[in-house]
Design a protein around this ligand. Structure first.
Ligand SMILES: Cc1c2[nH]c(c1CCC(=O)O)Cc1[nH]c(c(CCC(=O)O)c1C)Cc1[nH]c(c(CCC(=O)O)c1C)Cc1[nH]c(c(C)c1CCC(=O)O)C2
Length: 349
């Protein structure tokens, strides 16, 4: 199929589609036996640094479940080592859940911020871009490839806290040392732009910004510390010509503002009825979301009924991409992913 005619790209541009496109955040991951088999042999970072394995795990959910878009297998923290931060992923301890990211030398002072380097993607992150090129070869235009980076606030939360341990240090920096916070967001904005430009140049056909934890901020802080940077990323990406998707959680109270940042698609979480999100976003912005990922744990009948409700609510208007409100949870039965994709494709827009 001609690449621009894929239903996912058409929906991003708010053109009519034959079926509602569906892809799922974390569609390549631990709920799949094929992914667990790869991870039994290599660490998470080794996986992220191998172009061949990146292509293999990115394509697996397309082959296994018939999803309408692939998402680059990587991580929002992948550029931090090149920027000067010592990143590792801890192995999950038995009974303590999964291992999370850890940064041994988190950003604390203005000097730490100034020492951060903006990465040079073709040099520092060559394996990501070789991964993008390898995925395009493996996919052979069956479905489009989505590239991504983390949003400045979400990446900063790991860089400053040293891992997944809340937001107090970063938020304290906003109030106690706003100039350093701005300098940090400025660096992360530049890093986001150069990475996404390089991913598009290597073959990514759409891009998504994962700003997962932005819902931590209130309106005043969003206006000062986040929206200007997000708008700059959107403006830079517009020049690349590929559709742009903005994703965050906990942001349902700010949809009118998010709709003005310049992204083609806004992805919303499960906290807001989808038809309400549709009314609050400007008509020129497409909508993605918003099934609660817990529904994928079952029962299947409830999952399918809830998916149909979303489709009936917004699927008859152009500009809708079916997705979850956040990532797939590792205990998800693969047959439920299959049932969900079939239910979305059975709907007539
Ligand atoms: C916050 C965040 C991270 N990474 C990401 C986010 C934003 C999205 C979100 O909110 O979930 C983004 C991400 N991480 C991963 C992808 C791949 C693409 C996809 O399939 O969606 C994407 C888009 C792989 C991954 N990234 C990670 C895994 C699990 C690693 C493993 O195999 O053990 C995967 C598949 C590890 C990771 N990476 C991160 C954390 C906190 C963790 C540990 C928690 C966890 O295990 O889920 C940082």
């Amino acid at each position: 199929m001609a690449p621009l005619q894929h239903r996912f790209l058409k929906a991003c541009r708010r053109e009519p589609v034959d079926r509602i496109p569906v892809w799922l955040m974390r569609q390549a991951g631990r709920y799949q036996a094929s992914y667990r088999a790869v991870r039994a042999k290599v660490s998470f970072l080794e996986l992220c640094r191998s172009p061949e394995l990146i292509a293999q795990v990115t394509a697996a959910p397309i082959d296994e479940h018939g999803l309408d878009a692939a998402i680059l297998f990587s991580d929002i923290l992948i550029a931090l080592p090149a920027m000067g931060l010592d990143l590792s992923f801890e192995k999950g301890e038995k009974g303590k859940g999964d291992g999370g990211p850890k940064i041994a030398n988190p950003v604390k002072t203005r000097a730490d911020v100034d020492a951060l380097r903006v990465p040079e993607p073709e040099k520092d992150l060559r394996y990501v871009l070789d991964g993008v090129r390898a995925i395009r070869r493996v996919l052979a235009d069956r479905v489009p490839l989505i590239g991504f980076v983390g949003g400045p606030f979400t990446v900063a939360s790991y860089a400053v806290e040293g891992g997944s341990q809340g937001f107090t240090r970063l938020k304290t920096m906003l109030y106690a040392d706003p100039r350093s916070a701005h300098a940090l967001f400025e660096k992360l904005t530049q890093a986001a732009i150069v990475q996404l430009e390089a991913q598009v140049a290597a073959g990514a056909q759409a891009v998504q910004i994962f700003e997962s934890w932005l819902g931590e901020l209130g309106r005043e802080d969003l206006e000062e510390f986040s929206f200007p940077y997000l708008a700059r990323i959107a403006a830079a990406l517009r020049k690349t010509g590929v559709p742009t998707i903005f994703f965050a959680t906990g942001m349902s109270t700010h949809l009118a503002q998010l709709g003005k940042l310049g992204y083609d698609v806004v992805s919303v979480d499960w906290r807001i009825p989808l038809e309400e999100a549709r009314r609050q976003l400007p008509p020129e912005v497409a909508l993605q979301g918003n099934l609660d990922s817990t529904l994928l744990l079952g029962p299947k009948e409830t999952l399918v009924a809830r998916a149909r409700r979303l489709l009936e609510a917004v699927g008859h208007q152009p500009g809708y991409i079916f997705n979850l409100g956040h990532g797939i949870q590792p205990p998800t039965p693969p047959e439920n992913v299959q049932a969900l994709v079939e239910a979305v494709h059975a709907f007539r827009p």
